[in-house]
Design a protein around this ligand. Structure first.
Ligand code: NAD
Length: 496
């Protein structure tokens, strides 16, 4: 059995932990690897390696650090296909979808290649007589990232390229469900020639996470995962005096206005609702048509599309959507469909009991569509993280907006309309961090920053882009006067 190794101080090492969890191929239900849950000592060794590497790495001129990033970028592009295959094998998403994930991760590396410009800082001459001020940003030291299963390559790359380019060293704790893609990316990172200890990877569960959260040498924590764990990580990390950014779960709504192109809106909902089997934090899981006529037209367009959705393993080039990540998650999603039906929602397309021929042990759920969902139902309130789209009918635009603003999550949202006034008003007033106008999955590009509102995100900073640079650095402001500019005699008033 393939045993997943850690990467500490530039070397692959096998954990000595007796506690192991299986890694599965969700398309077949077969175990593909064993993952040891690292001990606290192993996590401490990774932090020690990162700490030893931090001074020299942080002192290296940013241009030189950028040169390693350029090489890393080149290798990632060369091996994008291989990384995508590793993702699909353990996550189950289609090859093209996995390639998209890799491409969005690479974009962050490209952004990090520009680090000399990003760290330039501010200079003001003559802030007082013969006095100059320089403000620039310094690395924090050792920082850590804890990441979810749904983007095993991209989400880690939201974090460490920026952190490392800023002069920090990094310890990554990836998801225990699909660890092979981040390890292949680590191999490429090593091949790019980065010094040992700059990026370390430890696998594990709560023990590994808690060890990082409590470790005095870890100065900042980046987390992406479900909301209860994000909140826990934020509290425990900040209690330990660390800077923490913790991104959580979501329930993303898409308003469809009466003037929208219904075919384009339905196509957008198909990709955003069922792509990656709905296991995206920016997936649209609630469609909100405005008015009964719009709702009837939209459901009529969606029904045949959902019925025709091609669900299969990533090895089937025709598949539009793969299986769910685990058997437990498949059961959870099926449980939500049962709950929705019992609560009185209209089950338009039922994805229960579906498995492609020859893959009966895989964790499949077919595309599922509910109509006439109401806001008191669990399928509306909770994040399902599966291929289940709920239609909640709104009588007017105001009701649609109130619905979104009242939801506990505020990650992404979209409006489909031709009305510029409505779109502008929506973008301005909606209480959600990332908004799309006729764009169903408005994930910001690498030179902007990613971040939700409300219980989708804890902490002040978004990930990657300028927010990433701010999160992984601290401001230092130096005020300078040379002796020629100093007047004789002590001054006891506040400098002005
Ligand atoms: P998860 O919260 O179960 O796990 C995330 C990470 O936390 C993993 O590395 C895991 O090992 C660790 N972890 C799990 N339980 C823990 C505990 N009790 N104590 C400490 N650490 C623990 O999330 P998941 O199932 O891997 O990912 C899906 C979730 O991630 C969804 O809720 C999704 O919305 C969210 N997500 C959010 C974003 C975003 O940007 N907001 C992006 C991707 C995924």
């Amino acid at each position: 059995m393939n045993i997943i190794q850690n990467a500490i101080n530039g070397e692959k090492v096998t954990s000595t932990s007796p506690n192991r969890v299986p890694v599965f191929n969700p398309a077949t239900g077969e175990q593909s690897a064993d993952l040891p849950l690292s001990t606290a000592d192993e996590v401490n060794a990774a932090v020690a390696a990162a700490k030893a590497a931090a001074p020299a790495w942080g002192d290296m001129p940013p241009l030189k650090r950028a040169r390693f990033m350029f090489k890393f970028n080149e290798l990632l592009n060369k091996h994008a296909d291989d990384i995508a295959r590793e993702i699909s094998k353990e996550h189950g998403k289609t090859h093209d979808d996995a390639l998209g994930e890799v491409a969005r991760g690479i974009e962050v590396v490209e952004y990090a290649c520009g680090i000399p410009s990003l760290l330039k800082g501010d200079f003001s001459r003559n802030v007082g007589p013969s006095v100059d001020t320089v403000a620039d940003r310094k690395p924090l030291g050792v920082v850590a990232g804890i990441t979810p299963f749904n983007f095993p390559a991209m989400v880690p790359m939201w974090m460490y390229p920026v952190a490392i380019a800023c002069g920090n060293t990094f310890v990554l704790k990836p998801s225990e469900r699909d660890p092979s893609a981040p390890m292949l990316v680590w191999d490429l990172f090593k091949e790019a020639g980065f010094p040992d200890g700059v990026l370390n990877v430890v696998h594990g569960d709560k023990l590994a996470v808690d060890t990082l959260l409590d470790h005095p040498d870890v100065k900042a924590i980046s987390f992406v995962g479900s909301t209860p764990i994000a909140e826990y990580v934020y509290k425990r990390g900040t209690d330990a005096g660390k800077r923490v950014q913790a991104l959580g779960g979501a329930k993303n709504h898409m308003i469809v206005m009466p003037d929208a192109d219904m075919d384009k809106a339905a196509d957008a909902l198909m990709g955003a609702g069922y792509g990656s089997a709905g296991e995206r934090c920016m997936a649209i899981s609630v469609a909100v048509p405005v008015g009964e006529k719009t709702a009837d037209a939209l459901v009529a367009k969606l029904r045949p599309r959902v019925e025709a959705l091609k669900v299969g393993p990533a090895t089937d080039g025709d598949a539009e959507m793969g299986p769910l990540i685990t058997k437990a998650h498949q059961d959870k999603v099926l449980g939500y469909i049962d709950e929705g039906e019992k609560a009185g929602a209209e089950l338009v397309v039922d994805g229960r009991g579906y498995a492609p021929q020859g893959y009966e042990n895989g964790y499949y759920v077919g595309g599922t569509l509910f109509d006439r969902v109401t806001t008191d139902m669990s399928i509306y309130k909770e994040e399902i993280f599966g291929p289940v789209l709920s239609v909640v009918r709104a009588k007017d635009y105001g009701e649609a907006v109130d619905m979104i603003n009242s939801h506990e999550y505020g990650n992404g949202t979209a409006i489909f309309t031709r009305d510029g006034d409505a779109a502008r008003e929506f973008a301005d007033k909606i209480e959600v961090g990332m908004v799309g106008v006729n764009v169903p999955i408005p994930v910001p590009v690498a030179y902007h920053s990613f971040g939700g509102w409300k219980r989708s995100s804890f902490g002040a900073h978004g990930m990657y882009g300028p927010e990433g640079v701010h999160f992984y650095t601290r401001l230092k402001t130096v005020t300078t006067r040379w002796p020629g500019g100093i007047k004789e005699g002590a001054v006891f008033t506040f400098p002005s």
